[in-house]
Write a protein that binds this ligand. Structure first.
Ligand code: G3H
Ligand code: ZN
Length: 287
């Protein structure tokens, strides 16, 4: 069934677990997330990013309707979330497209600008019954992001960790329902080599009353993910790992059978590989 992200996150938090959120690009991604969640016996979040909406011609309706239909048809509790929204126009289209939650991403802005833009997004979201996540600090690594700067004086440059005192003030000033923080992960990693700052996760958990969100979790090893959940991370965002599984399976099939023409020949193993990846992340974070 289709449920709310806020509901899944609250339930996971109360049980001391995490809940994983997976990025949907194609219909097969959504089907694989549902299959993986059913296999693992847990809920999950299906999230569509602003970049994915752009891939679908800038139209939010079709990918959202497909993902919501997959969620409704599934035995697992699945939520529909709009991820990394920078455009206020897209934010405004979210409630009608069926999203119960959104991550509004003003993390590129300096602190005051981030607070102002996010507070306005939260007011809009709450007026329309949406659960709103936002980011403070810069996880970095998204397409177009500059490389992390070392020793920078700019507290909002990519890769710069979230400051607990600033996080406390930010949550109070914006009214967000969940906070994405920079604690050592980075987007789009294809190897699982990230090392997280677990002391900082603990400090952030004590500093803010809302659940914490880990972005760029594809690059985080299982043991680090378990520790992150134990120290206070609740929503665990995974995107690239599904694409690594998808593309690896397509490549292997096409190498094995260069005469394949019907896309089902390679999309079937691709969807299965993604479902296995989903189930594996869910088993790590949701118990
Ligand atoms: O918001 C989405 C996640 O942060 C995905 O990051 O592709 O590095 O796993 P990832
Ligand atoms: Zn992210």
């Amino acid at each position: 069934p289709l449920v709310g992200t806020g509901e899944l996150v609250a339930r996971a938090r109360a049980a001391g677990h995490g809940v994983a959120a997976f990025n949907v690009i194609t219909l097969e991604h959504a089907e694989a997330i549902a299959a993986g969640a059913e296999a693992a016996g847990t809920g999950a979040v299906l999230q569509i990013s602003e970049n994915a909406v752009r891939f679908h011609g800038g139209r939010l309706g079709p990918p959202a309707a497909a993902a919501a239909a997959v969620a409704r048809a599934s035995d697992a509790p699945l939520a529909l979330h709009l991820d990394h929204v920078e455009s206020t126009e897209l934010l405004r289209a979210a409630p009608d497209a069926g999203f119960g939650s959104v991550m509004f991403d003003a993390s590129k802005l300096p602190y005051a600008g981030n607070v102002e833009a996010t507070a306005e997004a939260v007011r809009f979201g709450h007026r329309h019954g949406m659960w709103v996540e936002a980011e403070l600090g810069r996880v970095g690594g998204k397409p177009g992001d500059p490389a992390p700067e070392r020793g920078t004086l700019d507290a909002h440059a990519p890769g710069v960790r979230t400051d607990p005192d600033e996080a406390r003030a930010y949550v109070a000033a914006t009214g967000v329902d969940a906070l994405a923080v920079a604690v050592g992960s980075s987007h789009a990693m294809t190897e699982r080599t990230a090392v997280l700052d677990h002391d900082l996760i603990g400090e952030l958990r004590r500093a803010v009353p809302v659940p914490l969100v880990l972005h760029g979790s594809s690059g985080v090893p299982d043991g680090e993910l378990r520790r992150a959940v134990a120290s206070g991370m609740v929503k665990i965002n995974v995107g690239t790992a599904l694409n690594t599984a998808f593309t690896g399976a397509v490549r292997a099939l096409l190498e094995r059978d260069p005469s394949a023409v019907d896309p089902r020949r390679y999309l079937t193993p691709a969807r299965e590989a993604m479902a296995e990846t989903v189930a594996s992340f869910l088993r790590v974070v949701s118990r």
